[in-house]
Design a protein around this ligand. Structure first.
Ligand SMILES: [Zn+2]
Length: 191
């Protein structure tokens, strides 16, 4: 983690155009046939590079295994860690455990075919860029229901406020837009 911070510092000081996602480029040319393993630890800087995505913070260990054989290029991604999300029950941030194992095929071409399990590269490319597939599979691993795994970790005061609000608002709520409801919640909790 400390090394990562240093990279970002050097980047902002000396090479503004350097992208943090370039860390996840695999130089595949010159690798022999067989399996090649790469380990990464991704953190908030990685997620923030995908500006506006549904996940913007987390800590995940990634094992990327590149398989090179005659006529076959494949990548296995094994990821485990946590992403930081807002709890649907109490609105506070919590760390959601996520796990994901996927096998992708690397193909040469222009990438017009939209398939999550394929990474497209040009034969001229020196690197296989795996940051986007890593991000996509993490997002897919996020559960639909996002709540503290242990309900005891929820903020009881916030739940009480939200419950009070829903009781008070329920008779007229049908006519309220989602935006109006959100505004009332914000007033209640003094954002
Ligand atoms: Zn909660």
């Amino acid at each position: 983690m400390a090394t990562y911070g240093k990279i970002i510092y050097l980047c902002s000081a000396f090479c503004e155009t350097m992208n943090v996602l370039d860390t996840y480029n695999i130089a595949w040319k010159g690798l022999g046939f067989g399996f090649h393993r790469f380990q990464y630890r991704i953190d908030g800087a990685f997620f923030k590079a995908f500006d506006g995505g549904i996940v913007d913070d987390g800590a995940i260990d990634v094992m990327a295994e590149l398989e090179l054989a005659s006529g076959v290029m494949a990548l296995r991604l094994v990821m485990t860690g946590t992403v930081r999300l807002a709890c649907n029950r109490c609105l506070e941030l919590y760390d959601q455990p996520v796990e994901s194992t996927n096998r992708l095929i690397i193909k040469f071409g222009d990438g017009l075919e939209d398939d999550l399990d394929v990474v497209w590269i040009s034969p001229d490319d020196d690197y296989i860029k795996i940051a986007k597939p890593i991000y996509d599979f993490i997002v897919l691993a996020v559960p639909m229901r996002q709540v503290h795994p242990d309900p005891a970790d929820c903020n009881p005061e916030m739940i009480k406020k939200l419950e009070l609000l829903s009781v008070r608002e329920s008779p007229a709520q049908e006519n309220n837009s989602a935006w109006e409801v959100l505004e009332k919640i914000r007033e209640q909790i003094n954002f």
